[in-house]
Design a protein around this ligand. Structure first.
Ligand SMILES: C[S@@+](CC[C@H](N)C(=O)[O-])C[C@H]1O[C@@H](n2cnc3c(N)ncnc32)[C@H](O)[C@@H]1O
Length: 261
């Protein structure tokens, strides 16, 4: 697993973070975080699967104290470089499935996982993670996860248009599929919002909203390369859809926020 993402790390920003769709989807996530009214100054944040540290960078700018973690040493190397001027961002290697051993005496105001890191976990790992995460939150702490659901309208239409019929419902495969991440195949499992709510039974649902119902998945970047105004328009539509929780299970990703009981 770590090796998979080590190979992706050097290309990740160019093939996702800095692309029109990658930037627009991240803007939607941050618009939702803003709408949730988090007070960032001094907030103690544990970021899981931080990748190249793009979110850690933005959260560091807002004044949060961020522990940015990832399983891939190469991602952590890039995240450390990107955040070298932020004394309030620390980047460290961590496998999500070992969360209970990470700084075991500390609790966090926010545990944050963006853009499908949790889709690398199988069902039993994800359930175990939700149980552990609930014990690592401070009082009034939030667990905010951006996850890929079992169905994405854009993706199904795309595969239908290409006559790739077996792919139309590929996300429904409970055993996981090999998804293309920055040109490399990575085992990926998809989880509906309903399952997340059921499995996070030790936490209370606080917020759920689509990320990428109007915006397409990032592998359609080549098609949208010269359609930046369209991407801008779709981003605004996604931002306005934050109260349309029923679209979460039809989008490329959704954001779910859970709070300690
Ligand atoms: C699609 S990238 C998302 C990166 C970043 N959060 C972002 O917003 O761009 C998925 C990340 O999950 C990390 N990852 C996968 N499995 C993991 C695990 N078991 N523990 C920690 N990180 C993991 C990968 O190394 C990769 O950096």
């Amino acid at each position: 697993m770590s090796a998979d993402f080590d190979h992706i790390a050097s290309d990740y920003d160019a093939s996702f973070t800095h692309t029109p769709i990658g930037k627009a989807q991240r803007n939607v996530v941050f618009a939702q975080l803003d709408q949730m009214g988090l007070n960032w100054e001094g907030l103690k944040v544990l970021e899981l699967n931080c990748g190249t540290g793009e979110d850690a960078h933005q959260l560091g700018e807002k004044g949060a104290h961020v522990y940015a973690t990832d399983i891939s040493p190469e991602m952590i190397r890039q995240a450390t470089e990107k955040n070298s001027h932020h004394s309030n961002v620390q980047c460290e290697a961590l496998d999500i499935t070992h969360l209970e051993t990470y700084r075991p005496t500390e609790k966090f105001d926010l545990i944050f996982s963006n853009f499908g890191g949790l889709n690398c976990l199988d069902r039993s790992q994800l359930k175990a993670f939700l149980d552990t995460a609930s014990t690592r939150l401070a009082k009034n702490g939030k667990l905010v996860l951006v996850i890929m659901p079992e169905f994405c309208a854009w993706e199904s239409l795309y595969f239908l248009a290409k006559f790739k019929f077996p792919q139309v419902f590929r996300r429904k495969n409970k055993k996981g599929i090999l998804a293309n991440v920055a040109g490399k195949e990575v085992k990926t499992y998809y989880y509906s919002p309903l399952k997340m709510v059921q499995w996070a039974h030790t936490l209370k649902l606080h917020w759920i909203a689509p990320v990428g119902f109007f915006l397409p998945p990032s592998y359609l970047n080549p098609f949208f390369a010269n359609r930046l105004k369209t991407i801008d328009f779709l981003q605004k539509r996604d931002e306005k859809a934050s109260n349309s929780f029923h679209l979460s299970g039809l989008s490329d990703h959704y954001l779910i926020s859970l709070i300690a009981r």
